[in-house]
Design a protein around this ligand. Structure first.
Ligand code: SAH
Ligand code: SF4
Ligand code: F3S
Length: 481
């Protein structure tokens, strides 16, 4: 079998690791310079991200290293000399998209033999995926997983030195390597990892298997990173974790997520704070209070419910009931009447009937979500739900899904309409894609508003009048910059 696995070396301290990786970046730079001379230009790299915000942040880290060693970033896979897919495996359609596009990369590589291809991210933590790529996608140059992304520079050197496929997958790590380069997608906002992994083992979910056990970052490191970002022009941060509400529990000096937020709030120059994702079972009164008092934490809470039926919630191992969830939402809305609540819902979990879906619809009606991401259950090998023998027939899933989606959309539209005519603060994010005379801003509640540009710049906070609601976004005009 072709394929070369690099030695697993996790014995260095996290600080030593940073020094080591900087050394590998210098080595990799020599190879990239050589390639530049051959091509007569700087080589181009394209990092394509699948999946969640955590993966998006990881891609920024990959790009940070790639630009440090001399690559220039491009959005076009066709133009690139190096393509990296940062993959997701939360639902099967994410995997299928990767396989589909790998066929296209193969045809590119035939035309351009110097093209390098790397695969990383959650999908690569699955043994069956690695076997399939080894067998059927032999043109891939480098494969690594979620635990050793900090070793990217070292892996690149190995890739340049070898003709064979390099595979380096770790099952777990307790290393958190700080101070490696990051190339941010947006100058004015940034994601920040506050924790890695997940301990919840919801019975349908593959994330704990591919991202490992929960590990929190040292609060001092988080604060230091945000301070640097603010000094570099960032005004909004999104604190990232699979379950931010359990942040800090496993630290040597435990602290709560609410305490961390209090500290982040103190950072001068930082204007807005967001976070993702909150598990309802761990959302504390302390957090609600910190949010209520805060002037920086956005009025938006993503609170995945997944299902409304107690029987299904139990089988999902979510560890709350419908009533407990509704009581929590009540408490949050009483404390912050203007909060926008969004959610994730799965339809078609094993054993779910249309009567169960009605319970979910009831939750949607009662909570009045500002938005809900609805997913059809996808069987993930290795999870407890995949072994359940009462998988739901496709037609039943479809019927429940369509019914739910309609209620979700009607509710969201009603919620949005309520803000028409109000003046709200927006962070100017980009020039409108369809009409370059307009800018697009994001409200605290996470909705978008489009307005004439005037002499306003991207990254600025402005007061906007929400003149017309178009269902899921607004058009308006700036009152005050
Ligand atoms: N940690 C986050 C969710 C991460 S995955 C949380 O607990 O809220 C994002 C969403 O994908 C989940 O909220 C869930 O709705 C959905 N999801 C996860 N596994 C799935 C599966 N097997 N089939 C369909 N949807 C799934
Ligand atoms: Fe998956 Fe549940 Fe962990 Fe979210 S909390 S990542 S749904 S196991
Ligand atoms: Fe997907 Fe991994 Fe995120 S499986 S949803 S990219 S944690």
């Amino acid at each position: 079998m072709s394929g070369h696995t690099t030695a697993q070396c996790a014995s260095t301290s996290d600080e030593q690791e940073t020094v080591l990786q900087n050394k590998y970046m210098k080595e990799a730079e020599v190879y990239v310079n050589k390639l530049s001379r051959q091509l007569g230009r700087r080589p181009l790299c394209c990092v394509t991200t699948f999946g969640c915000q955590m993966n998006a942040r990881d891609s920024e880290k990959l790009l940070g290293i790639l630009t440090r060693i001399g690559y220039v970033s491009t959005e076009s896979e066709e133009e690139a000399d190096f393509v990296i897919y940062n993959t997701c495996t939360v639902r099967d359609n994410a995997n299928q998209r990767v396989y589909g596009r790998l066929g296209f990369l193969n045809s590119l590589k035939r035309k351009k033999p110097h093209l390098k291809i790397a695969l990383c991210g959650c999908m690569m933590q699955e043994h069956s995926v690695i076997e399939k790529i080894r067998r059927s996608y032999r043109f891939v140059d480098l494969i690594f997983g979620t635990h050793n992304i900090f070793k990217f520079a070292q892996l690149l050197v190995a890739m340049f030195e070898n003709q064979e496929m390099i595979i380096d997958i770790w099952q777990e790590t307790d290393q958190i390597v700080e101070d490696l380069p990051v190339s941010r997608k947006y100058p004015y906002k940034s994601g920040i990892n506050i924790m890695f992994g997940c301990n919840n083992f919801c019975s349908y979910c593959i994330v704990p298997y591919v991202r490992g056990r929960e590990r929190s970052r040292d609060p001092k490191e988080i604060i230091r990173e945000i301070e640097h970002l603010v000094a570099d022009g960032v005004v909004e941060v999104m604190l990232l974790g699979q379950n931010v509400n359990s942040y800090g529990k496993n630290l040597e000096e435990p602290i709560t997520f609410a305490q961390l937020l209090r500290e982040v709030e103190q950072i001068e120059g930082l204007q807005r704070i967001r976070f993702m994702t909150s598990h309802p079972k761990d959302l504390s009164d302390e957090l609600i209070e910190v949010m209520r008092q805060s002037t920086k934490i956005c009025r938006h809470l993503h609170l995945p419910v997944q299902a409304g039926s107690d029987r299904i919630l139990k089988a999902m191992n979510r560890r709350y009931t419908k009533d407990q969830y509704l009581a929590l939402v009540d408490k949050i809305k009483t404390a912050m009447p203007d909060i926008a609540i969004t959610t994730d819902i799965i339809v078609g979990f094993p054993g779910e009937t249309l009567a169960d879906v009605e319970e979910t619809i009831d939750v949607v009606r009662r909570v009045q979500y500002d938005n809900a991401f609805t997913f059809i259950y996808s069987k993930r090998t290795g999870t407890p739900a995949a072994a359940m023998d009462n998988q739901v027939p496709e037609e039943v899933v479809r019927e429940g899904f369509d019914k739910l989606l309609k209620v979700v959309q009607d509710t969201a539209r009603e919620r949005a309409a309520r803000l028409q005519g109000q003046v709200m603060e927006a962070l100017v994010e980009e020039v409108n894609e369809q009409d370059a005379s307009l800018l697009t801003g994001r409200l605290s509640n996470n909705m978008l508003v489009h307005f004439p540009a005037g002499n306003i710049r991207i990254g600025q906070l402005v007061q906007v009048s929400l003149d017309t609601c178009h269902g899921f976004y607004y058009t308006g005009h700036v009152i005050e910059a």
